[in-house]
Design a protein around this ligand. Structure first.
Ligand SMILES: [Zn+2]
Length: 114
């Protein structure tokens, strides 16, 4: 653990609600896959591995029978097993006006498309 912690000096979503999975924050049986789309899971996984999780990662701890069931269900929905979650890279310029009232201190000047 520590990729995000070392790089940014903080960790997002470190705790989950009581009664939920400590890894993904969802209510599921212990032997079932984590919710790959949970932000909590994605950040924890990224912190440990330096990349976003796939569904194969989310079910790595499951039995072969559970993995087979989930592979079948994901395939039926056209969801690739090994694909990482889609990410969008955005960049923008920010202009700070220190004389403006607090509500208007920061404004987005324009989006920069790459
Ligand atoms: Zn989980």
């Amino acid at each position: 653990m520590g990729y995000i912690q070392e790089r940014f000096g903080m960790m997002l979503l470190p705790k989950t609600k009581p009664g939920t999975c400590p890894m993904c924050g969802r209510k599921h049986e212990e032997g079932w896959p984590h919710d790959r789309d949970s932000l909590c899971y994605q950040y924890k996984f990224y912190d440990e591995h330096g990349r976003w999780p796939s569904w194969a990662d989310a079910m790595a701890h499951c039995s072969d029978a559970v993995k087979a069931y989930w592979k079948e269900q994901l395939a039926a929905r056209g969801i690739p097993l090994e694909a990482e979650p889609e990410t969008v890279t955005m960049s923008f310029e920010v202009k700070a006006d220190h004389n403006a009232p607090p509500a208007a201190i920061v404004t987005v000047e324009k989006e920069v498309k790459s």
